[in-house]
Design a protein around this ligand. Sequence first.
Ligand SMILES: Nc1ncnc2c1ncn2[C@@H]1O[C@H](COP(=O)(O)OP(=O)(O)OP(=O)(O)O)[C@@H](O)[C@H]1O
Ligand code: SF4
Ligand SMILES: [Mg+2]
Length: 418
Amino acid sequence: MNHINDTGNDVVVDVRDLKINIHLEEGTLTAVRGIDFTIKKGETLGLVGESGCGKSLTSKAILGINDRKCKAEGEVFFTTTTNGTVDLFQLDPRGKEIRGVRGKQISMIFQEPMVAFSPMYTIGNQINECTRLHITKDKKKSKEISLEMMKKVGIANAEKRYDQYPHEFSGGMLQRALIAMALVCKPKLLIADEPTTALDVTIQAQILELMKELQKDIGMAILFITHDLGTVAKMCDRVAVMYLGKIVETAPVEEIYANPQHPYTKGLIGSVHKIGTKKDKLFSIEGTVPLALNLPEGCGFYERCNERIEGLCNVKEPLPESIKDGHILCCHAHRKDKSSEGTKVSTEPIKKETLAKKEAQPAEKAKQANMEPVGTKKAGVQAGVTADIMNPVLETAKKAEGMSGEIGTAYQEGGKNE
Ligand SMILES: Nc1ncnc2c1ncn2[C@@H]1O[C@H](COP(=O)(O)OP(=O)(O)OP(=O)(O)O)[C@@H](O)[C@H]1O
Ligand code: SF4
Ligand SMILES: [Mg+2]
């Protein structure tokens, strides 16, 4: 496979050819199919993609905390504070070395906060465990640090909340407690899996601001998983777009909004509502993700793709290619010599009825259908993509940024919890 990772000195994590197979009774599901990415010191990489494409599995694999039935292969090089760069997959999963990394050097905000807390201990106790283990053994000092972080993430009445149990917290509050636990040790790498989805917008802005501040202070690298493209524009330096267990496109954030190349990325960006425009219907990507148990040959997006090339895309899997500085793409449509291999057959995704009839359709007719060349204006407009999409998204993000200081603080001081 093409190796496309950055191996510079300030790389904090370097994931190479990560594959995750899940062994089920029905067979082996290849949920993550060989992905590569790096994150540098002080950098935020956004990981976006449809539900079930493998984002959470990827993030948990870095820490080695997936279910036993999920087997990860590949390499995860992490630059530790004490032992230089190590491949985390080579460490004893229960050993001292990995325990010194988890929680202290790499911490994670889980998508479901409830799974991160034990119902048997108070919230304060659990946050404090991290502080005591990794920062100071001094009980008083440790409690002070934990309480300070609880206040910073907007937990009002933190002293009282400190002694409460997880079931006494609402979902949003628990999410904030989890964020406090993840940030309290000032990790080198923060993995944030949908960190603010359960929170209202004002507290979201406040938490995102806190992450950015901490990032500035300690140069924390962030892997930021989200469905919210507005948050991506606000938080991320680069974006990796995932589809069916593969990273299909990676680029700096401005580039991905202004110049998306993969048809799936175009669809994702086209489905964002633009401020100041009136649209009866937002763009949607037709069809559903194929089952990873029964993977199609060639490109996994073929049946939903409006730029597919029959005879090429359904036969040969596209490999990552660098198309511009920092812009990596996995798609045959970009190939200059595509006319020599296969034929562009349609600008519409394959509909279910068409799929049923496909077998009976003569090859000649299929070739004549919609011969719009790939990458024409029409194809772009169909996907709802215009170069100015970035502006409204960035505008919204900027507004949220402006709000965060005042409203977030007012919330905290007003004693409201959510
Ligand atoms: N423990 C597990 N056992 C069986 N299948 C699993 C397990 N964990 C994940 N999967 C499957 O692996 C695929 C990827 O799951 P993952 O949780 O990584 O998706 P995701 O991209 O995080 O989705 P979402 O955006 O909904 O959180 C899905 O098909 C999911 O059903
Ligand atoms: S053009 Fe081909 S390779 Fe590219 S996304 Fe569509 S089906 Fe996949
Ligand atoms: Mg997930």
